[in-house]
Design a protein around this ligand. Structure first.
Ligand SMILES: [Zn+2]
Length: 86
């Protein structure tokens, strides 16, 4: 199966992928790269608006991936300690 790695640039995309059960969000900012489950409370629309929309992606990027291993490798992301994706 081909793995998805999609940059999320709009609220509509955010809501669409947030509703997926089998997938992960990679959130990249100036200090960290963290991979989360889609259900993690840190993956929320207000943070997305702040980091991506308001700041025009100068301080943050959101990606959706359907592969945990691939997502971690591609983005060199650490696992969120709150939602502990596996
Ligand atoms: Zn998380």
């Amino acid at each position: 199966m081909k793995k998805l790695n999609i940059e999320i640039k709009s609220e509509e995309e955010f809501k669409h992928y947030k509703a997926y059960r089998d997938g992960y969000f990679v959130i990249i900012d100036t200090t960290r790269r963290v991979i989360h489950t889609t259900g993690c409370p840190y993956v929320n629309i207000s943070n997305f608006r702040e980091k991506v929309l308001k700041n025009a992606s100068k301080n943050g990027w959101y990606y959706f991936t359907d592969g945990l291993v691939e997502g971690r490798e591609m983005f060199r992301a650490e696992k969120c300690k709150h939602c502990r994706p596996e």
